[in-house]
Design a protein around this ligand. Structure first.
Ligand code: UDP
Ligand code: MG
Length: 326
């Protein structure tokens, strides 16, 4: 049963929320998102079957129990549970995969309420203007540490130099229309970097700006180690510039080598034989080091190919209390 006939069919919104050990913030997240969905339904902006879909990414705390609990008496709440921790990006993708058949638009947002939920109104109104992808962009990073700000700035700068089209300061907070999500889901890569993939989908897009807040409760699930891995993944999944740099570096070294060789011959002919030990050792170490770095960059790509060819499933859903709700 869809919509009330005299109001016409409204479009269904699903808000996908990845959760990893988020028991501390979940009650507040459910409360705030419920208010927003209810208001949008009352204002006739979205279908009354619209929902939030929590994706439990193998949490070790009470996150899944809470999702089950809320979904019993709140018809706006639904969830799926992974069989283990598959990571933020896979959780987002699983949420979209599950929701897309019922939804006309999907918003993805983190569970911790760092991204201003009020931007959802503007996102939905942009959707009604015919926009397919609405990026949430932070207009300030005051709540982030100076270190996180600087590294993020460097990262977005580097990505644009490497030729990767990304919306600076956009996190995984965005609205996508059904056709945009369907197109995104047809990307079959295993190494997910949604921030780089979404712009490749095309279709009309706009940005909405909001101020990023502190985490509502709990601590970041992205420690520095995970952040560096995420950044490296982003670079090597989207750009082959590092490989080209190696080629250039190799050519440069060969050139320098030839020059040195000629110089050595000239010195020899002139009869001034070098003691040579220092320079020999220095260059051996230098070249050895450069080779190791180059090998490791190539190794990164081979590793990527390795995971891609295996075509393993990107996630396994153990429980689903979303699909039953329709
Ligand atoms: N998250 C997840 N799986 C993970 C790590 C994080 O689903 O393995 C979720 C987390 O629950 C949150 C979102 O991804 O909703 C972003 O994580 P977090 O807020 O900790 O990252 P930060 O904002 O500190 O970069
Ligand atoms: Mg956060």
């Amino acid at each position: 049963m869809k919509g009330i006939v005299f109001m016409g069919k409204k479009e269904l919104l699903t808000i996908v929320v990845p959760c990893y050990n988020e028991e501390e913030v979940l009650p507040e997240t459910v409360k705030e998102l419920s208010q927003i969905i209810t208001k949008l339904i009352n204002d006739n902006q979205i279908d009354f079957q619209s929902k939030m879909l929590f994706v439990d990414d193998g949490s070790k705390d009470k996150t899944w129990n809470l999702i089950q609990h809320y979904s019993k008496d709140n018809k706006l709440v639904a969830g799926i549970k992974f069989s283990r921790n598959y990571g933020h990006q896979n959780a987002l993708l699983a949420g979209m995969t599950t929701a897309v058949q019922h939804s006309d638009m999907i918003i993805t947002i983190d569970a911790d309420l760092q991204d201003d939920v009020n931007a959802i109104y503007e996102m939905v109104s942009k959707y009604h203007e015919g926009i397919d992808v609405v990026y949430g962009v932070r207009n300030s990073r005051e709540t982030d540490t100076a270190f996180k700000r600087q590294t993020a700035l460097a990262f977005y700068g580097l990505m644009s130099k490497l030729g990767v089209d990304m919306v600076p300061n956009s996190v995984d907070y965005r609205l996508m229309s059904k056709r945009a999500v369907e197109s995104l889901l047809s990307f079959k890569e295993r190494n997910l970097f949604l921030r780089g993939m979404v712009p490749l989908v095309g279709y009309p897009s706009v940005k909405v700006y909001y101020a990023r807040k502190e985490r509502f409760a709990g601590e970041s699930k992205y420690p520095l180690k995970k952040m560096i891995k995420f950044a490296l993944d982003g670079i090597t999944s989207f750009s082959t510039v590092p490989i080209k740099l190696i080629t250039n570096l190799g050519l440069l070294i060969v050139f320098v080598g030839i020059c040195l060789f000629i110089y050595a011959i000239i010195r020899k002919v002139e009869g001034q034989v070098e003691a040579g030990w220092t320079s020999l050792m220095a260059s051996m170490w230098l070249i050895g080091g450069i080779q190791l770095v180059c090998l490791s960059v190539i190794g990164e790509y081979i590793g990527k190919i390795f995971t891609e060819v295996k075509q393993r499933p990107r996630f396994t859903i153990e429980e689903d209390i979303y699909s039953d709700k329709f």
